[in-house]
Design a protein. Structure first.
Length: 298
């Protein structure tokens, strides 16, 4: 896979775009400006993060860069400039809708609720919501969290699900929402909370970066199915088609396997490719995520 290098800038001023362009004509804007803006995360390893060299890196970043190559071919423009803009969980959809970013390259779950606001590419990874705790705590059922402080990340599917559960199965749990995964994980490490509910791959990524996997417990209890995808604006059909083509080509050629190993089989992290992720490569799809707790949604 061809790797594209681009300069990381702390903040990218939103490119000028008319409401019509922001609504669904991003390819025309890219053609006119010779620029594409990728929304990336600061600390969501191994998907999207800023590395030691202060550059965006990760599995999702590589997939988006591959999509940019397809966009270049489609537009016959070999010199498209790539700009990166940091986004948080709560602001990723608003910034996409406002036209501040063109593609969101992170760890965003395709959900029915989000489909009302944005469009999603083919699935590129399937995670599951679990609970990370200290070694002294084992969570086998949701009710095991009653009476305990539990960390959630703002704008996440876990925040949505756990706030629903707070009215029923988790009436006695103390749910604490943090601005991002990093702050929630730090609260767990410092003992401010007893558990952190989030997608298993993100929890493993945080703990592996901290070299703390052997000091923590990841519950076997799976609370959801979380298919990750690239987000684009509603009706951005040409851009979405280019992203989907790039993913389909990676899947069909088998290149996706090497890319997966690059990010999920490292010295500090090993995440075996799950059946649902593998199925998504064999049969590209856009199935929305679901809660595994009957009667609830993500």
């Amino acid at each position: 896979m061809h790797v594209v290098r681009a300069t990381m800038i702390p903040l990218v001023v939103a490119l000028a775009a008319s409401p019509a362009q922001a609504a669904g004509d991003t390819m025309s804007k890219i053609r006119e400006t010779r620029t594409i803006v990728l929304g990336v995360r600061e600390a969501v390893p191994p998907f999207s993060f800023v590395n030691a060299q202060k550059q965006p890196a990760g599995y999702s970043i590589d997939l988006c860069l591959n999509a940019v190559e397809e966009i270049k071919r489609e537009l016959k423009l070999p010199d498209i400039k790539i700009q990166y803009k940091l986004v948080t969980g709560p602001e990723r959809i608003p910034k996409l809708l406002a036209g501040d970013i063109d593609l969101e390259c992170g760890s965003t779950t395709n959900t029915v609720a989000r489909q009302e606001k944005v469009d999603f590419s083919y699935t590129f990874f399937v995670a599951g919501m679990r609970v990370l705790t200290g070694k002294d705590l084992h969570v086998a059922a949701v009710k095991d969290l009653n009476g305990l402080p539990v960390a959630l990340s703002k704008g996440s599917t876990s925040e949505k699900l756990f706030k629903q559960l707070a009215g029923t199965d988790l009436r006695e749990a103390k749910l604490i929402t943090y601005e991002n995964n990093g702050e929630a994980y730090k609260a767990l490490k410092e003992g401010k909370v007893r558990a952190f509910a989030q997608d298993d791959s993100l929890l493993q990524g945080l703990a592996s970066n901290d070299r703390a996997l052997d000091k923590l417990n990841l519950s076997s209890l799976a609370l959801s199915v979380e298919p990750y995808a690239v987000m684009v604006r509603h009706g951005d059909t040409a851009l979405l088609a280019a992203v989907d083509r790039s993913l389909a080509q990676l899947y069909a050629s088998g290149q996706i396997n090497a890319l997966y190993d690059k990010w999920f089989k490292t010295d500090t992290l090993t995440i075996k490719m799950g059946r649902l992720t593998r199925d998504s490569f064999v049969r590209p799809n856009k199935q929305a995520g679901i809660a595994m707790v009957l009667g609830y949604s993500i």
